[in-house]
Design a protein around this ligand. Structure first.
Ligand code: NAD
Ligand code: IPM
Ligand code: MN
Length: 355
């Protein structure tokens, strides 16, 4: 049966990088004879500003119920007060589809792509970011808003179920990928309630994975060590906000946001793929956006949909682009978004169907 993927460019550089990702995906679909349709949806700041609607309940139900997955560029536009559309579209889809894993690999393809002085060649960190609770539930509120006595409360929610399933996912991934070390990142010294739960569950779940090395680090020290010796780490598992922050840091150490993909997953269910980066208003419309993060999302999408061969084709072509210096300015190149995307799509298409 034909699979269906919804495609949303979104805001800023989102549509620019997604256009290239779609070109690459279509080339891989043709080459490997995959039954998959990519269907464009109009969601983002423009639609909100035009219609006053971010996304309807019916649209969310259709996206989650009728599609196998979604590819999203980025949501973020200063014209939208308080970025409500990002929360009502992106965060709502994560929550409502219960996509509890935010899988964010940070892989150094070539040493010179790292801004570090003498980077180890083998930096390869995978962040397992909890994606349905923590500081992101929006529980809390404002009291006496707009007055000098204003109080703002933003609760951090940590449930046994939520903590257990993300930690288990991190360990299962480590086993499947032959990754030796799983590191819990928290702030148990200052936030002991959440810390105690995460550490207890990490210990209990970890006991079932005797071959993995286990340790816990405070998030501040981890931020430091991701710059000092990132090659020491394999799999990091952490709460929603810490994972958000550390995945930008891990991305930069391994070549920047232009290269970093993410998959929002609940195994066996509808999944959402998006670059780690945002709408990058500072470079939108200049042709300088790096499409590689979005293209790596296509590879993750194929992998998740059971099209491992297509995923490998995309990864291979992307590796060739990096090795051949077909790069956008953020990676020191002089190629445009379109040139990089077109080069990879052509590479993917070479050899014809079934080659
Ligand atoms: P950003 O990720 O958009 O940009 C940070 C810096 O990285 C900028 O200098 C930008 O030019 C650069 N950069 C990002 N992606 C790049 C790419 N593909 N190629 C080359 N350079 C790239 O972060 P920001 O500026 O904090 O956020 C801008 C908007 O995007 C905000 O509204 C934010 O809320 C939103 N945002 C959305 C998502 C998402 O939808 N998944 C993620 C992060 C931020
Ligand atoms: C990300 C983004 C989002 C997040 C924003 C846009 C709400 O930064 O996907 O990393 O914080 O999760
Ligand atoms: Mn982020």
């Amino acid at each position: 049966m034909e699979k269906r993927v919804a495609v949303v460019g979104g805001d800023g550089i989102g549509p620019e990088v997604i256009r290239e990702a779609v070109g690459v995906a279509e080339a891989a679909i043709r080459r490997h004879g995959i039954q998959l349709s990519l269907e464009t949806w109009d969601l983002g700041a423009e639609r909100y500003l035009r219609e006053g609607v971010t996304i309807t309940e019916d649209e969310k139900a259709r996206l989650i119920g009728e599609y196998d997955g979604m590819l999203l560029g980025a949501l973020g536009d200063v014209r939208v007060p308080d970025q409500i559309h990002a929360r009502e579209i992106l965060l709502a889809l994560r929550f409502e589809a219960d996509l509890y894993i935010n899988f964010r690999p940070c892989t150094l393809y070539l040493p010179h792509l790292s801004p570090l002085k003498n980077p180890a060649a083998d930096i390869d960190i995978t962040v397992f970011r909890e994606n349905t609770e923590g500081l992101y539930t929006n529980l809390g509120g404002r009291f006496k808003a707009g007055t000098p006595d204003e109080i703002a409360i933003q609760e951090s929610v940590n449930t046994y179920k939520g903590v257990e399933r993300i930690i288990r996912a991190a360990f299962e991934y480590a086993v499947a990928q032959g990754r030796e070390r799983v590191t819990l990142v928290d702030k148990a010294n200052a936030l002991p309630h959440a810390g105690a739960l995460w550490r207890r569950v990490f210990r209990d779940v970890g006991a079932g994975f005797p071959d993995q090395r286990k340790d816990a680090m405070y998030v501040d020290a981890m931020a430091m060590d991701l710059v000092r010796r990132p090659e020491e780490y394999d799999v990091l598992v952490t709460s929603n906000l810490f994972g958000d922050i550390l995945s930008d840091l891990g991305a930069q150490v391994t070549g920047g946001l232009g290269l970093a993909p993410s998959a929002n997953l609940h195994p066996g269910r509808w999944a959402l793929f998006e670059p780690v980066h945002g709408s990058a208003p500072d470079i939108a419309g200049t042709g300088a956006a790096n499409p590689l993060a979005a293209i790596r999302c296509v590879s993750l999408l194929f992998e998740t949909l059971g099209e491992a061969e297509a995923a490998r084709t995309v990864e291979g072509a992307l590796g060739d682009a990096l090795a051949s210096g077909v790069l956008t300015p953020d990676l020191g190149g002089s190629h445009s978004t379109e040139e990089v995307g077109g080069w990879i799509a052509q590479r993917v298409g070479e050899g014809g169907q079934g080659a």
